[in-house]
Design a binder for this molecule. Structure first.
Ligand SMILES: Nc1nc2c(c(=O)[nH]1)N[C@H]1C(S)=C(S)[C@@H](COP(=O)(O)O)O[C@H]1N2
Ligand SMILES: [Mo]
Length: 319
């Protein structure tokens, strides 16, 4: 029998899984504008799954662990972003007050020369990459996200810290017109600005990433636009959103959740199924969109890449 091969993107949208769709879209990106005409079905499918038309060019992640991506819809409608609301489903509809045009990042502390730079100018110095990472929130839910951005290590080389810098500290922008919960002052859910930090060796680890996009297009506000940290072996709260200040320091900074409740949250926050949260077990997690829970992996599945950094540390003490 003679089988006529259809072009790969020419399939009914109803039969496409989000992952296939994503891969097709990447093929389509490579083909360029000409394929726009030929791929009505694809455009329709993208629209159906609410995936924006891609606007970023990046080096593809080979996804050697064959992680199954969560959908764009799942990743962008279930968020923790206290500056807007503590309701995970509510963030998306409130996040329009965040204005990311002309976003400036201030770099200070133990660096050769402190400076301020527009994010657009900063990004030009790096090749955009894709990183498909597991993401595990301390609350017990998880997802797999295709991020776009650049390695934190490449940013650090650009920023030129002094050898006396032992930690890198990040701050979310403080602007109570953009972030309604900051305007609530003492009645706010947590102390602002949100602060997170990493030890320098953790920051230089190949996995540490600064994201400016996801699923091939600019980061949506609710996911921490225009620049957020991604450290996939740590609980999600370490992955600070909407960064506007980065400081190099010599003492361990007090991060927001440790400040808020140091009995429950520490500095390291490494994913560890063997150390329970004081109020719940960390042995399992629910992947967004799935009903049954799955086992949580040590260091969220990144043991090979990160375990050496914590050798000899008591993981019950350094939570
Ligand atoms: N500035 C800021 N960053 C933040 C948070 C926040 O409330 N404010 N929440 C953290 C938590 S608890 C998680 S789980 C992740 C959620 O990221 P996502 O909404 O992109 O899934 O962001 C982290 N970064
Ligand atoms: Mo979280």
């Amino acid at each position: 029998m003679n089988i006529i091969k259809k072009p790969s993107w020419d399939i009914p949208s109803s039969e496409v899984t989000p992952e296939e769709l994503f891969n097709k879209r990447r093929t389509f990106l490579k083909l360029g504008a000409a394929s726009l005409v030929a791929s009505g079905a694809l455009i329709e499918a993208l629209a159906k799954d609410n995936i924006p038309v891609p606007n970023l060019k990046y080096l593809k992640d080979k996804n050697i662990n064959n992680l199954k991506l969560n959908t764009y819809e799942q990743i962008t409608t279930y968020n923790n972003f206290y500056e807007f609301t503590t309701s995970k489903k509510g963030v998306k509809d409130l996040a329009h007050t965040l204005k990311t045009d002309d976003w400036e990042i201030e770099i200070d502390g133990l660096v050769e020369k402190p400076f301020k730079i527009q994010l657009a100018d900063l990004s030009k110095n790096f090749t955009l990459e894709e990183r498909i990472y597991r993401f595990r929130c301390v609350e017990g839910w998880s997802m797999v996200v295709p991020w776009n951005g650049f390695s934190l290590a490449s940013f650090i080389k650009f920023a030129k810290p002094l050898s006396s810098a032992k930690y890198i500290r990040f701050e979310t922008k403080y602007d109570d017109e953009m972030f309604p919960d900051q305007a609530r002052g003492v009645f706010a859910s947590i102390d602002y600005p949100y602060v997170e930090a990493l030890r320098m060796d953790e920051a230089m680890n190949e996995l540490s990433f600064l994201a400016t996009g996801l699923y091939g297009s600019t980061l949506p506000n609710q996911n921490g636009a225009p620049l957020r940290l991604v450290v996939p072996w740590k609980y999600g709260f370490k992955s600070i959103k909407s960064i506007s200040k980065i400081s190099f320091v010599d003492k361990e900074p007090l991060n927001t959740w440790q400040r808020s409740n140091k009995r429950e949250y520490g500095f390291y926050a490494n994913v560890n199924p063997n150390v329970d949260h004081p109020r719940w077990s960390q042995k399992k997690e629910r992947v967004l969109g799935k009903f049954l829970k799955q086992k949580t992996l040590m260091y969220n599945g990144y043991e090979k890449e990160v375990a050496h950094m914590y050798k000899g540390m008591d993981l019950r003490k350094f939570i």
